[in-house]
Design a protein around this ligand. Structure first.
Ligand SMILES: [Zn+2]
Length: 245
């Protein structure tokens, strides 16, 4: 019996056990993201929701060989704590969570894991620990942020602002307009500078620029961004399935 769903949590222990035993299930994706401010107009679950969507679609393209773990929905977001509502883990605690999940997958019999990141602040902590995780667990662990899908030429051709991923600007807002428009709350109100207390001056400049960049977002661009990222992740997974450590 293959897995019932690409989402790990929708399977029973029977589904999981038999698909491992018969060898149909070969790899897992661990999506890591955030719950953090996304400027004035985009819901704070954006990174988690986008990463879950992309990883589930890539896994479906390779069904039933890949299962997707629940998203780690709180990431390393200490740089956004000027904005209430942001949740953050310290890098050490975040990495400890990721390691324990990897360790669970290994004990379940999965020897190939692709960690797919959807939040910039998670990248450095993971990259710093990857070598240790690989040698400590003895399994194949690959890592990428999903926006590695986009080449400079793609970004030039398909964005007005040239910023990918940016933060809640043209790119992410387009993505949400395409796939979960109920999370986008664009208004024509001006940027509320006087209400914001952004302590780091460069971040204050970026924040306003991202607010203005979001005006270039369209659902049509978002559909293209999503399609491209799903194809990229599917290819990464295909290579992981085909190669041995
Ligand atoms: Zn984001």
């Amino acid at each position: 019996m293959p897995i019932r769903s690409v989402l790990l949590g929708e399977n029973t222990r029977f589904d999981f056990r038999t698909s491992i035993r018969e060898g149909s299930l070969r790899a897992a994706i661990l999506p890591v993201a955030a719950t953090e401010q996304h400027n004035e107009h985009l819901a704070m679950h954006h990174d988690s929701r986008s990463t879950e969507l992309l990883t589930a679609r890539a896994a479906r393209a390779l069904f039933p060989r890949v299962v997707v773990c629940p998203v780690v929905t709180v990431g390393v977001s200490g740089h956004w704590m000027d904005h209430p509502g942001t949740l953050s883990l310290s890098a050490g605690n975040f990495n400890a969570v990721v390691f324990d999940i990897l360790s669970s997958l290994r004990s379940a019999g999965l020897a190939k894991v692709l960690i797919v990141n959807g939040h910039g602040g998670n990248r450095r902590p993971i990259e710093a620990a990857l070598g240790e995780w690989r040698s400590g667990l003895g399994i194949q662990i690959e890592f990428c942020s999903y926006w590695e899908a986009y080449s400079p030429a793609f970004i030039r051709a398909n964005t007005a602002t040239g910023e990918v991923p940016g933060h809640a600007a043209e790119f992410e807002t387009s993505f949400a307009l395409a796939e979960f428009p109920e999370s986008v709350h664009l208004t024509s109100a001006p940027y509320p500078e006087s209400e914001l207390r952004i302590t780091d001056p460069p971040r204050a400049i970026d924040d306003r620029r991202f607010f203005e960049g979001a005006r270039h977002a369209t659902a049509e661009k978002g559909r293209l961004y999503v399609e491209h990222a799903v194809a990229y992740l599917t290819e990464r997974l295909r290579r992981l399935l085909e190669t041995d450590a």
